[in-house]
Design a protein around this ligand. Structure first.
Ligand SMILES: CC(C)(COP(=O)(O)OP(=O)(O)OC[C@H]1O[C@@H](n2cnc3c(N)ncnc32)[C@H](O)[C@@H]1OP(=O)(O)O)[C@@H](O)C(=O)NCCC(=O)NCCS
Length: 153
């Protein structure tokens, strides 16, 4: 809810109500329980709360057992620019590899902080799809697609 309020284009239109967010996260929890996805969270011990999260969604088709999608990389505005996004992504990559995935893909708003993050972490930029999604306020935005091969180094 904080990220959407801050203007991030992460599937939801503004305003994101508590009820809609709750429905979304319960579906995510079901997906984790069924083994369809991995969910990682970063907790702030001092405040005793979750300040960041990311997911790896395992690809559905039976001919892509090695692939996953990185989704919902979210860091609370109060916890940004401290390296949490990078830590979460590295942890997600390690968890995906441990789960047998060797290829990850993702898309993000072109020109965003997230795009810089993925580039910095060695993701390969595939290209831009214009007008791929909406900002929370309804304007169209371009998306940049990335992939990363995972291997034990
Ligand atoms: C994208 C996002 C997850 C990044 O999270 P973050 O925790 O701020 O990421 P990091 O701290 O690792 O890196 C962000 C910046 O802080 C800088 N930084 C990292 N540690 C730092 C530190 N200790 N001191 C100062 N700066 C630091 C990084 O170099 C980076 O700089 P840059 O943006 O100028 O390249 C966050 O901005 C976010 O949640 N955005 C909204 C949701 C969203 O768009 N998600 C992406 C969906 S695909």
């Amino acid at each position: 809810m904080d990220c959407v309020e801050g203007g991030a284009s992460v599937s939801f239109m503004a305003p994101l109500t508590h009820e809609r967010a709750d429905t979304f996260w319960r579906a995510v929890a079901d997906g984790v329980a069924s083994g369809e996805r991995l969910l990682l969270v970063a907790e702030d011990r001092a405040k005793r709360g979750i300040v960041g999260t990311v997911q790896v969604v395992f690809a559905g088709p039976e001919n892509q057992p090695h692939r996953g999608d990185v989704a919902k990389m979210l860091v609370h505005r109060s916890a940004r620019r401290q390296g949490l996004g990078a830590l979460l992504m590295r942890a997600a990559e390690e968890a995906a590899l441990a789960a047998g995935r060797t290829l990850l893909v993702l898309d993000t708003v072109t020109g965003s902080e997230a795009e810089r993050l993925y580039t910095r972490l060695g993701w390969t930029r595939v290209g831009v799809v214009p007008d791929y999604a909406l900002w929370p306020d309804g304007r169209l935005c371009d998306s940049t697609f990335f992939y990363k091969r995972l291997s034990r180094s």
